[in-house]
Ligand binder design. Sequence first.
Ligand SMILES: [Zn+2]
Length: 278
Amino acid sequence: MTSKIDIFRSIRSLTDRNTPALRIKIRESLNLMRDELLKEMKRKFVKDRANRIADGIIDWDALNTKQETLLKSVILGIMDKAGKLAFGIKKQIKKLDFEIGFDVVNVEAVKIAEKITSELITLIDSEAKKNIKYLIRNGIKDGKTMSEVAKGIRLEQLGLTLRDLKASANYEAWLLINKPKLSAKEIERRVGVYERRKYRKRCDLIARTETSRAVSEGTILGYKQTGVKRVEFLAAAGSCEECGSLNGTTYNVNAASGIIPIHPACRCCFAPLIQRDI
Ligand SMILES: [Zn+2]
């Protein structure tokens, strides 16, 4: 007998196990962006004006294609595992008498994976664009040459929110004024630590949220393929009010797609609704 708590735990653990893989790919994707930026800044800066530079400097379409290659396969992989898990859940509940293999490489799954991927890339890129503009403008204001600005741009700075990037600049300014005895190298080190911490937090949040989305979509596809008609929303223990109020709500399996995550880092999931057995 598979209880709701067992289902919740197994889906939750799948999300936890797969979050690091997506986090790594997000980092690689930002790395690609940084490489492209440095290359193009050296080439194009003389001709471009600073306020146009972030939009014009990178061939975003070409970069997005590379980012998509990186991210889509890991998202599809997570969906595949989630679909197989859904099969396992259904099998335990219903004692399926036929062997069916979950096949995630179908049109519907690929379409969903592409949507998740492209929204993830938009999320990463839109913030990074703002940061690039900000970093270039500030560099120019400080009288740096473009290659100095380019060399100074760290991966973490591309992955922060603009708000955190500005906070980091304020922290640096604060150190310069209030800790006059610190060497430039030590200030750089402290700012680096600050930025890396914020960066890890944001990447982790994004990876967790998108893994949760891929797991949810994968389980829904898996349920559908095993003939599940309705699913039940299981809110995580200690979840927010919104998720808590949805606990126990049932949906037609076709209407469940796109619901989870309810908010960033949502830990909720769907269980198949099979009245007599649960
Ligand atoms: Zn939730």
